[in-house]
Design a protein around this ligand. Structure first.
Ligand code: C2E
Ligand code: CA
Ligand code: CA
Ligand code: CA
Length: 272
């Protein structure tokens, strides 16, 4: 609270009050989203350089009060993460996702597909996280090798001594890890060696101008080269056109996700 000299404390700024109100009403709406069945999983394809579908990434959508256009995750995941709502939401996402993965496993043409699931650091750091995944794998009888958990580098760096043993425990089951949004944080290439990951996802902000911006091109080339020498899979996110694809191919990046290959669609429409 700061006095602006006329006895009007900044804290009582109506705009700010409005913002606080908006935040808390959004929070209570989000709290009801699971019960009201307003959350939906979408899925976006991952393809290789031969154009083959190799898997999909689960992306959350929130359909508020019968609206046709969903609230996008960037508009509610940060709020969920700061309010602990990410825990029930994250649990719901994993359980739904493994049910869909089970369906894939029962389809001849989809049984090889891997499913990537975004995991918030707060969710991953829950003491029950590993056991919860184990229980779900048993309940839905899914092959753990088809599960890929995506963690962002910036979110786990401060907790590496907690995170790495948990990753290893899950890896023993066959679950794999991807490092998401690579290049965005204050990332150090040395993490690529320390973390028990099998895949790195280059953030779409580097891919966007890859064919025109020499700095982005240099960063992407360097990431691809280091992943190759460390024997890590590397996925380019946000591939939208042929010239981006051409550049990536030339650099030796052979896995892609982006509108060029397919937008996220409701999970049930994915295989069709
Ligand atoms: P992300 O994990 O980096 O996911 C990729 C985002 O890029 C998705 O945005 C996807 O729709 C978008 N995208 C894919 N291809 C293209 C493209 O060619 N061009 C452009 N411009 N965008 C593309 P989306 O679905 O809005 O998700 C945003 C972020 O929200 C995700 O980024 C992820 O960090 C988070 N998120 C989504 N679902 C979940 C979830 O279930 N749990 C958690 N914890 N986070 C989630
Ligand atoms: Ca992701
Ligand atoms: Ca990403
Ligand atoms: Ca992201």
């Amino acid at each position: 609270a700061k006095n602006d000299g006329r006895n009007n404390y900044k804290f009582f700024d109506p705009k700010m009050q409005e913002a606080i109100h908006e935040r808390s009403s959004m929070e209570s709406a989000l709290r009801g989203a699971i019960e009201k069945n307003q959350l939906r999983l979408y899925c976006q394809p991952l393809v290789d350089h031969g154009g083959n579908l190799v898997g999909g990434e689960v992306l959350l959508r929130w359909f508020l009060n019968g609206e046709e256009t969903p609230v996008m995750p960037n508009d509610f995941i940060p709020l969920a993460e700061s309010s602990a709502l990410i825990l029930p939401i994250g649990d719901w996402v994993i359980e739904q996702a493994l049910q869909y993965l089970k369906k894939w496993q029962m389809m001849e043409h989809a049984r090889h597909l891997k499913l990537s699931i975004n995991i918030s650091a707060r969710q991953f750091l829950q003491p029950s996280f590993v056991q919860n995944i184990k229980n779900l794998i048993e309940r839905y009888r899914v092959d753990p090798k088809l599960i890929k958990l995506e963690l962002t580098e910036s979110s786990i760096i401060e907790k590496l001594e907690e995170v790495i043993p948990k990753m290893n425990e899950l890896r023993q089951l066959g679950v794999e890890f991807a490092l998401d949004d690579f290049g965005t944080g204050f990332s150090s290439l040395s993490y690529l060696k320390i973390l028990p990951i099998s895949q790195v996802k280059i953030d779409k902000s580097f891919v966007r101008d890859i064919s025109t911006d020499v700095n982005d091109a240099a960063i992407v080339s360097a990431i691809v080269a280091i992943c190759q020498s460390l024997k890590l899979e590397v996925v380019a996110e946000g591939v939208e056109n042929q010239s981006q694809l051409q550049f990536l191919l030339e650099k030796g990046c052979y896995l892609y996700q982006g509108y060029l290959f397919g937008k996220p669609v409701p999970f049930n429409d994915f295989i069709a």
